[in-house]
Design a protein around this ligand. Structure first.
Ligand SMILES: Cc1cc2nc3c(=O)[nH]c(=O)nc-3n(C[C@H](O)[C@H](O)[C@H](O)COP(=O)(O)OP(=O)(O)OC[C@H]3O[C@@H](n4cnc5c(N)ncnc54)[C@H](O)[C@@H]3O)c2cc1C
Length: 490
């Protein structure tokens, strides 16, 4: 990046909102993915006008620019692969309006999911997208990735709550999409285009979003199974009953063992379990819990435990949330990494998918934990790799390719909620082969200089085992940089 750019950024924002400190550049090179690249500068704008000026400068000087919320994305979304400026949006964190009588609120992009819900729930409402990262992730980041979570089967994803956006386009022009009404058929739905655009089409500076009523009661059933296939079948049987749960979390024995090792919660020691949540009117919840238990038993559950006690439900939910960190303590030499991390398949194909993932893991000699928001067909796998072993990464990459091939064969998608960025790019390109041209045309029309989060989605070429945060293949004798990313034998 040209040196003068930093000076101009300081003129726009003031020195205190611009950093080129080594420590800042280092930490802003990470998100929750396996990748790391250091940016040239980090800026923290306070309003849309400042964002617009930053983008105009980036456009004029052809400097790459990467918007960033909390940096919890898992596929390298905020890793600045071409260097440039990280635009940290977390200082724009005000809830500007909250109108329960109109069912909408207007928020800045840096508002944290749980904080918005804390305000909504005081009034009996919520935004139920429920990402596992809700304590940290921002509404801007959620819109830009179309985030969702365990309750998507009943309540949908972030896109279902976006009514309108204020966006700074790659030229610096500020536009307003959508409306403050619950319905609108007024021209192209540009807000829908921005949802899931991963910071490649513009910077979102304000979000108008709807919300919904909080259910009066909820209950949870934990059912243990002697096979992963039975657990998968149970998910499908519940939906086909028909019964609409608010969530079904499935987990395999690798996840159960990891949680039991790290938390004193005593999940049943079994091959697989389902945590099934229902919510709504207390009478309906009671009835549905009886039906859920019957279905679990008729699908081969070896034990069931159910509760309507909030404390117990929170305990089970916390255990589920602890899967990711627990997996990293599964075995001393492993870390759990986001590789094939959030595929979705049609619900009835879950049993086939989970069995295939286990087989692929065995064939490639890798440990894979499978879990997920299975009620909507969304399955997570976390791969346990030895971070400093080239062979381990290569085996992981091969398993990932096979998992995604299976998912596509089953009519699924390589990402149900986390998005594409780097780690899923080659597989998404396979999935969307016939629409990549249209995506590129849209990107080129809005961002002809390719300054907004370049090198991501359809713009990523090559292997995903690249720009790693771990010095996996580093050998002292190798002088090539970055040698941990090259494909040579050392
Ligand atoms: C423990 C854990 C659990 C998770 N669970 C879930 C889950 O259940 N469901 C789920 O969907 N995801 C989940 N995620 C992934 C991640 O939390 C979500 O994608 C989240 O929405 C990212 O929000 P963020 O604020 O951290 O965004 P960031 O990671 O900072 O950014 C994500 C993307 O959005 C873009 N972006 C951010 N702000 C803006 C803006 N204002 N304008 C334009 N683009 C912007 C960035 O450029 C980037 O491409 C999880 C992650 C972790 C670490």
């Amino acid at each position: 990046m040209k040196h003068e750019v930093v000076g101009e950024l300081e003129k726009i924002l003031g020195k205190e909102r611009v950093s080129t400190e080594i420590a800042d550049l280092y930490v802003y090179g990470f998100d929750a993915s396996i990748h790391h690249v250091t940016p040239d500068a980090v800026v923290r704008p306070a309003n849309a006008q400042q964002v617009s000026e930053i983008v105009k400068l980036a456009n004029r000087t052809e400097t790459p620019i990467v918007p960033r919320g909390a940096g919890t994305a898992m596929c390298g979304h905020t890793v600045p692969v071409k260097g440039g400026i990280i635009v940290d949006m977390t200082q724009m964190n005000k809830i500007k309006e909250l109108r329960v009588e109109d069912l909408y609120c207007v928020v800045e992009p840096g508002v944290i999911y749980d904080k918005l819900n804390a305000e909504l729930s005081k009034r009996g409402f919520w935004f139920p997208a429920t990402p596992g990262s809700g304590e940290a992730c921002t509404i801007g980041g959620m819109v830009a990735t179309n985030a969702s979570g365990m309750r998507a089967i009943k309540y949908g994803a972030t896109r279902d709550y976006v009514l309108g956006l204020e966006v700074v386009l790659p030229t610096g022009e500020i536009i307003h999409t959508g409306t403050r009404t619950l319905k609108n058929s007024s021209g192209y739905q540009l807000d829908r285009l921005m949802v899931g655009s991963e910071g490649t089409l513009g910077i979102i500076t304000e979000i108008t979003m709807r919300f919904t009523m909080k259910p009066k009661a909820s209950g949870m059933t934990v059912a243990a199974f002697k096979s992963l296939k039975d657990a998968g079948q149970c998910v499908s049987n519940i939906i086909a009953k028909p019964l609409l749960p608010s969530a079904i979390e499935l987990m395999d024995s690798v996840c159960i063992k990891a949680i039991n090792k790290c938390m004193n919660i005593g999940l049943p020691d079994c091959e697989a379990l389902c945590m099934i949540e229902v919510d709504g009117h207390p009478v309906a919840v009671e009835e549905e819990m009886v039906t859920v238990e019957e279905i679990c038993k008729s699908t081969g559950a070896v034990s069931t435990e159910k509760s309507r006690d909030k404390k117990k439900i929170d305990e089970w939910t916390q255990a589920r949330k602890a899967i990711m960190p627990s997996l990293s303590r599964y075995g001393e030499k492993f870390v759990s990494v986001a590789l094939a991390d959030d595929m979705s398949v049609p619900i009835s194909r879950i049993p086939e998918a989970v069995v295939a993932f286990q087989k692929i893991a065995e064939e490639n000699g890798v440990v894979v934990g499978t879990y997920g928001h299975s009620a909507d067909g969304n399955l997570h796998t976390k791969m346990l790799v030895e971070p400093y072993s080239r062979e381990s990464w290569k085996a992981g990459e091969k398993a990932v390719g096979m998992i995604y091939d299976k998912v596509l064969e089953l009519g699924g998608t390589v990402t149900g909620e986390h998005g594409v960025a780097i780690t899923k790019a080659p597989y998404m390109q396979k999935e969307r082969a016939d629409s990549l041209g249209a995506m590129r045309a849209i990107k080129h029309a809005l961002d002809p200089k390719n300054i907004m989060n370049p090198g991501k989605i359809f713009d990523w070429e090559g292997s995903i085992i690249y720009e790693l945060r771990y010095p996996a293949f580093l050998e002292p004798s190798c002088s090539s940089t970055p040698c941990n990313q090259c494909d040579n034998e050392h």
